[in-house]
Design a protein around this ligand. Structure first.
Ligand SMILES: NC(=O)c1ccc[n+]([C@@H]2O[C@H](COP(=O)([O-])OP(=O)(O)OC[C@H]3O[C@@H](n4cnc5c(N)ncnc54)[C@H](OP(=O)(O)O)[C@@H]3O)[C@@H](O)[C@H]2O)c1
Length: 373
């Protein structure tokens, strides 16, 4: 007989309550739906912040009408499974990325009711007992972004440049290239002593200051004038894109996360010289975008699902092995004010190194509940 756990009809989450641009988020009532075929329902222990959560209003809520609950990175315990999910069961400790066009699992006040969120099975992985809920919840969005950009692109012995190796995606990308995928040399950059230190700790042999150094010249010097085999740029910086494009070798790859040069504001398209710089070098531009899978459902085909599922499984495996380990620069309780303050820091680019973890259910996240370390 199928196990069931009693769940409330709704909980008080955090998100957008009506059509308005950006922060602050507010308390929002989120219905707890039962999982459809291929989905699991998770009682959320921990989450983390992602820039997408302050950008979602600008993205027209990915086609939804508010209320929209946020907290898309999830770690917690499965409380119900939908039809066709046989290999994850009620009581399993998991990490997951909530469906990007569904609701997340933050709660408006950490002391009260629990947060619940649905995730597709292919975006859910079993959490190893040695990995904390907080670490597991820091991985899904940023790890999958780095994985989608790098896993097929990096060949053993490659030289790789990851600008912004102190960022959420960047520090995992540096570790992935250097420790899991066999790059020979990883170069990175940052603008503060803390982010530069994190890029270095993550495995970058050379880390430059993008506000003061001429990184293209430094990389040319390090590579006997050739440039790196590939760049993975997840910085969403127009100026940064131009600089990082100049570091790719002839015939190399420039991989960009998101909508790419000339479109980072979403509101207006601007001219970008990046394609011309790449063409001059005969370098390939590769666009990687997780959001596209959800805003254009046709792109979420069997291959994309398999890639995301493999990515979620490897996120857990590599974290357990100590190869790709999230750096939690700050931990906050899930509460409206704390989340708004955290997202504001992320948006301003000041005061966040690595990831901001969110404790959604203190007992579950830090206690001795199933799967806790
Ligand atoms: N579409 C998608 O699939 C997708 C998925 C995930 C994330 N994203 C987007 O990717 C971006 C990064 O996400 P995140 O979580 O890593 O954000 P984050 O933690 O805020 O990191 C941003 C990083 O960019 C660095 N940076 C900014 N300007 C730079 C420049 N000119 N040169 C080099 N580095 C620069 C910052 O370095 P310092 O702090 O040292 O200044 C920081 O390390 C966000 O815009 C996010 O929305 C898109």
């Amino acid at each position: 007989m199928k196990q069931t756990v009693k769940t409330p009809e709704a909980f008080l989450g955090v998100g957008y309550t009506h059509d308005r641009a950006g922060l602050p988020l507010e308390a929002v009532r989120i219905p707890v739906a039962q999982p459809a075929a291929g989905q699991v329902l998770i009682r959320v222990a921990a989450s983390s912040l992602n820039p997408l959560e302050y950008k979602l209003a600008e993205l027209n809520f990915m086609g939804r009408t508010p209320p929209v609950g946020l907290g898309l990175d999830l770690a917690g315990v499965v409380v119900a499974v939908g039809h066709g999910v046989g290999d994850v069961t009620v009581g399993d400790a998991v990490a997951a990325l909530a469906d990007l066009d569904g609701d997340g699992g933050w709660v408006a006040s950490g002391g009260g009711e629990g947060g619940y969120a649905l995730a597709h099975r292919f975006l859910t992985a079993r959490k190893p007992p040695s990995l904390s809920f907080l670490d597991a919840a820091a991985l899904p969005m940023c790890f999958l972004s780095a994985f989608a950009g790098l896993h097929k692109a990096v060949q053993t012995g490659d030289t790789v440049y990851v600008p912004g190796g102190g960022g959420g995606v960047g520090h995992l990308a540096v570790q992935m290239a250097a420790r899991a995928l066999g790059a020979r040399m990883v170069v990175s950059s940052g603008s503060t002593p803390q982010s530069i230190a994190l890029a270095r700790q993550s495995g970058a042999q050379h880390v430059f200051d993008y506000k003061h150094d001429d990184i293209a010249a430094d990389i040319a010097r390090l590579t006997d004038g050739r440039g790196v085999d590939l760049v993975f740029d997840a910085t969403y910086s127009e100026q940064g894109f131009v600089e990082s494009a100049k570091t790719v070798r002839r015939g190399g790859s420039w991989i960009v996360l998101g909508v790419g040069p000339g479109r980072t504001t979403r509101l207006a398209e601007t001219h970008s010289p990046v394609d011309a710089i790449l063409a001059e070098r005969g370098a390939e531009r590769v666009d990687v975008n997780l959001l596209r899978y959800f805003s254009e459902p046709g792109t979420l085909d069997g291959e994309a699902r398999a890639l995301l599922r493999q990515g979620m499984d490897l996120a857990m495996e590599w974290a357990e092995q100590g190869l790709v380990v999230p750096h939690i620069g700050r931990t906050i309780d899930s509460a409206v004010d704390a989340i708004n303050a955290g997202l504001q820091s992320l948006k301003s680019g000041h005061g966040v190194v690595g990831k901001v973890a969110v404790i959604v259910d203190r007992d579950l996240a830090l206690g001795t509940s199933p799967g806790a370390p």
